[in-house]
Ligand binder design. Structure first.
Ligand code: HMG
Ligand code: MG
Length: 323
């Protein structure tokens, strides 16, 4: 990454859809991913290998994964498809599909097919109550669960992303989550072998001063900004302000969802992520490069919002598309 390049991790097809009550067809999900792949975005969360009884909307992940491995969407650049795994069983589900198809974690690109990578995200939380609600175990137990996941991923050469949820506020314990605890878990995930860690404001309670304090604490703990991504939900409308604070601290990877889709089933009232369109608009206005075509992304935001029968939560998306 150059200093003025920001990598966007598009989480709309996972974080964005996981909380939708109405069942969304496999075809719509694949269409969404294929459209996103053509916008220039280089990492797309495509689903979660979780039990259907926990997150029913993600039950089609195996089929999505199989489809993407066999028919990677045509696009102009190398691309990574990321799957959330909560435990070793989740990763084993993914590996079983890869083994059956003889698929490598990373493919070489050709003129007609871009290089494609399959990667995973695993997740831990900064508070005990959220850990229990989201993963039915303590924080320590979740870190224990992660060890065999990383080991198998490394064996299969699958890149690993870690998440630390509720880093700037917890639905059960309030906004005052300890920055040192976030730093401790982030450092542990990196030591365990995560290739990057996405620090998540699950509830959107983060403010500019607290984001600053958190980033200072992460730095003081010896964590390099290049190992970090930030994942802002926009519940209180603070995601863009917090993004600018993070940019000032050298962060160059941000998660966002097209149309601002989403929420978290275990964070009541939390809205979607910052919308990709708003994020791209702001980054471009600051002279940063994302490689993402804002107009294309805005079209997708309008399309998927209408498919789902929900408001398009992207201000820049609506404005761009309406022009
Ligand atoms: P548990 O019920 O304690 O699991 O849930 P278990 O190990 O006792 O297994 C229960 C049953 O599920 C068993 O089946 C297992 O085989 C099966 P049964 O014997 O009852 O027939 N099972 C599985 N099936 C398919 N895939 C699997 C799997 N694992 C077990 N992977 C568990 C523990 C971790 C599984 C559960 O708590 C869970 O799935 N949690 C994830 C919830 C989730 O997806 N949350 C949303 C994603 S995280 C998020 O959105 C935050 C993020 O965006 C960042 C931020 O904003 O904070 C990333
Ligand atoms: Mg999230």
């Amino acid at each position: 990454l150059t200093a003025d390049h920001v990598r966007i991790v598009e989480v709309g097809a996972r974080d964005g859809l996981q909380n939708e009550k109405k069942s969304i067809s496999l075809e719509t999900k694949i269409q969404l991913i294929e459209k996103l792949a053509r916008t220039g975005v280089t990492t797309i969360e495509a689903g979660s290998f979780v039990p259907a009884k926990w997150v029913p909307q993600m039950a089609s992940t195996a089929e999505i994964c199989e489809y993407l491995l066999q028919s990677p969407p045509p696009c102009q650049h190398a691309i990574a498809y990321n799957y959330l795994v909560p435990n070793i069983k989740g990763l084993e589900g993914l590996v079983k599909i890869m083994d059956r198809l003889g698929a490598a974690a990373e493919t070489d690109g050709s003129e007609t097919k871009p290089a494609a990578r399959t990667e995973i995200s695993l997740f831990a939380a900064a508070t005990e109550s959220f850990s229990k609600a989201n993963t039915n175990c303590t924080v320590q137990e979740s870190l224990e669960r992660i060890k065999p996941i990383v080991a198998l991923a490394k064996e299969k050469k699958i890149r690993v992303r870690g998440y630390v949820s509720v880093a700037l506020g917890c639905p059960y314990e309030g906004p005052d989550v300890s920055p040192s605890k976030v730093a401790e878990i982030t450092a542990t995930l990196l030591e365990m072998g995560a290739d990057e860690v996405s620090v998540a404001d699950t509830t959107g309670m983060g403010t500019a001063p607290r984001t600053q304090k958190l980033l200072q604490t992460l730095k003081a703990a010896g964590i390099a900004s290049s190992d970090l991504a930030l994942h802002f939900h926009d519940t209180y409308g603070q995601a863009l302000v917090n993004t600018v604070v993070a940019l000032e601290h050298g962060i160059r990877i941000f998660d966002s969802s097209v149309g601002g889709l989403g929420g978290c089933p275990y964070s009541k009232g939390a809205t979607g992520n910052i919308s990709t369109e708003d994020l791209v608009h702001t980054l471009h206005s600051l002279g940063m490069h994302t490689g993402v075509n804002l107009e294309e992304m805005s079209r997708i935001g309008a399309w998927i919002s209408s498919e789902l029968g929900r408001h398009n939560d992207s201000r820049a998306g609506k404005a761009t598309f309406a022009r």
